[in-house]
Design a protein around this ligand. Structure first.
Ligand code: NDP
Length: 482
């Protein structure tokens, strides 16, 4: 594959230093291509281009920008198979998942914001003989920093509303997964988006991400990634009073109440636990089950987990591919070992040594879906984010205890409740300290709804009106009527 290049001011170019790094297929360990190893100088060039392009892009009408989003959605849709192939190659995720989720949602993000924007009306408030007009102007240059688990899905979730609201962009994808961000840049270039409106700088987080957050001309940062990195981003941006949206880590609870129809929900629970090898920030990694059904649940769940097809991501039938890298595999395995040290019992799965995946490259970063039981709900394995194919099972005596266990974590991103009684599930959900709770479903997303976490899972909300608000400066013009 051709080397990936930065996209700055409408030109594909290497890092100013000429340095590169390699991107690797985690399912085979093979190098796919090289990527610029950029630095602050490249970010400065990108920001200068974005700043120069901002007045003209911001001056376009909303309708013109909506049409741009539609054009981008059409172009990505026409190349959906390429997007899926690139995403699967870069992440090790199954091709079927990349088609169904990553490629489809990247198109949907652009399409959604175009349609949603058309439905909006200008807000006014009348009082004391005056009309207040809520006015939205672009923020200016915005910085978008995204992780490796859902690369184009999450980048397009930010690019679409940022462009819509008239901003220009300096974006940085994870250095582990640069391919679909590069594909987006090529698509925008082919569509002749004006130079400087979208700029892409590749490289390591502490070099490129940090330079974006530090740059005084970048007025808003939308960051999705780990909580530890989010703290650095927040500490760097706060003294400059930048607008900040932080979508961070989670340790999500899946709560199974005593009346849950186990046979009907098992597929949903396996999906909630192991989609994308558990590397979705919304995956449930702690399953809390009413003690009265715990043994039956554990037996059914383990048998459903063992039925998953794990292996070569290029095969249509594969349901779980590799994790993102050998390093990440080692991190996940260290948590499996920690779980055993903390008194856990392995119900299925294990490390690549104790439970190898058959028929895959020995250089690939593969793990079997792993279920640990018998752990105290407050131990490290059950409260720290693993972000891999590992879940822990815990029994609770009553709903009070279930609520306490669900909330016993520094995170609060997402969760799910499973029950035959939707009113009971809804009431339980309101007691969970999390940004999103699903009742009898998972990853069922309406893009108009607020998305984001509480506690250490983030600051701010994205989605629908919240994204449009974040990517604009909202002011009020009060006009006294004659
Ligand atoms: P990281 O926090 O390691 O990285 C996220 C992005 O930030 C990457 O592009 C990274 O670059 C960059 N970065 C690293 N250091 C800095 C810095 N000092 N300043 C600015 N940017 C920096 O997360 P991961 O990529 O490992 O992604 C996994 C995490 O993302 C998990 O914790 C997961 O829960 C979370 N996540 C949250 C979601 C949500 O919506 N709440 C959704 C998806 C994931 P580089 O890769 O080069 O280090």
């Amino acid at each position: 594959m051709e080397p990936v290049l930065n996209y700055i001011n409408g030109t594909f170019q290497p890092a100013a230093s000429g340095h590169t790094l390699e991107t690797v297929n985690p399912a085979t360990g093979q190098v796919i291509t090289t990527v610029p190893r950029s630095a602050a100088r490249d970010v400065a060039d990108a920001t200068q281009a974005a700043k120069a392009a901002a007045p003209a892009w911001g001056a376009r009408t909303m309708e013109e920008r909506i049409e741009w989003l539609e054009r981008i959605a059409d172009a990505l849709e026409a190349e959906a198979e390429t997007v899926a192939q690139l995403e699967s190659l870069d992440t090790g995720k199954p091709i079927a998942l990349a088609r169904r989720v990553d490629a489809a949602r990247s198109v949907a993000n652009f399409r959604f914001f175009a349609t949603y924007a058309r439905e909006q009306t200008v807000q006014t408030f009348t009082a004391h003989g005056a009309i207040n007009h809520v006015h939205r102007s672009p923020v200016g240059v915005v910085g978008l920093i995204t992780p490796w688990n859902l690369p184009l899905y999450l980048l397009s979730w930010k690019v679409a509303p940022a462009l819509l609201m008239g901003n220009t962009i300096v974006a940085k994808p994870s250095e582990l997964t640069p391919l679909t961000a590069d594909f987006l840049a090529k698509t925008l270039d082919r569509l002749e988006l004006p130079p400087g409106v979208f700029n892409l700088v590749h490289g390591y987080g502490p070099d490129v991400g940090q330079a974006i957050v530090e740059h005084p001309d970048i007025r808003a940062i939308s960051f999705t990634g780990g909580t530890a990195t989010g703290k650095i981003v927040a500490a760097t941006a706060a003294p400059m009073f930048k607008k900040l949206s932080l979508e961070l880590g989670g340790k999500n609870a899946t709560v199974v109440l005593d009346d849950a129809p186990l046979d009907d929900i098992m597929d949903g629970l396996v999906r909630a636990s192991f989609t994308n090898s558990g590397q979705v920030c919304l995956c449930g990694s702690r399953i809390l089950v009413d003690a009265s059904i715990y043994e039956t649940f554990a037996t059914k769940f383990v048998s459903a987990v063992e039925a998953l097809t794990v292996g070569d991501p290029t095969l249509d039938e594969t349901q779980m591919g590799s994790v993102i890298s050998k390093d990440h595999q080692a991190k996940v395995e260290s948590y499996i070992r920690l779980g055993l040290e903390e008194g856990g019992v392995l119900l299925t799965g294990g490390t690549s040594e104790t439970a190898p995946v058959d028929g895959v490259s020995t250089e690939g970063a593969f793990l079997r879906p792993t279920v640990l039981a018998n752990l105290d709900a407050s131990c490290r394995t059950a409260t720290e984010e693993i972000f891999g194919p590992v879940v822990t099972l815990h029994a609770f005596a009553n709903e009070e205890e279930a609520v306490a266990m669900a909330n016993n974590t520094e995170y609060g991103l997402a969760g799910s409740v499973w029950t035959a009684d939707t009113a009971r599930g809804h009431a339980f959900a309101q007691r969970m300290e999390t940004g999103i709770v699903w009742v009898n479903t998972w990853l069922n997303r309406d893009l108009r709804t607020p998305f984001g976490g509480v506690k250490q899972s983030g600051v701010g909300r994205e989605g629908g009106a919240w994204s449009m608000g974040f990517f604009s400066e909202i002011t009020n013009i009060c006009v006294q009527q004659p």
